[in-house]
Design a protein. Sequence first.
Length: 132
Amino acid sequence: GSGMVMESGITVNFSNNEINIRTKTLKDLRSPRFVHIFINEKERQLLIRRCEERDNDAFPIDYAAVEIDKKCRFKAKPLVIYLASVIGLPYPSQTLRFCGNLLEDGDTVLIDLDDHQFLPYPDRSILGVRHG
């Protein structure tokens, strides 16, 4: 299928610890001010839940940056490392793309962690890093 279809979900860069939430995901969640990200290790799922109140676990959405980048980026090293261990991925690793579905509550996007693909193009940001 074509990769250009706008779908809900995230991209996780397992080398620079960046989580990118696609703009379609933010639209599905009705443009929340914050999101919570939960990982359910047993079910191998990740949940993105809209949230209007700031707390220690909430990621603020910077819509000015989203306008420019067309995506929402967070640096979240502990979360990315935990995610790699749940998926069974070495860390650091390539960038993975995950598809998500909006749940009936309208507040949560559910991502199946086994439903992922490696991004096919080389990751420019890690070419400068010497391995070993």
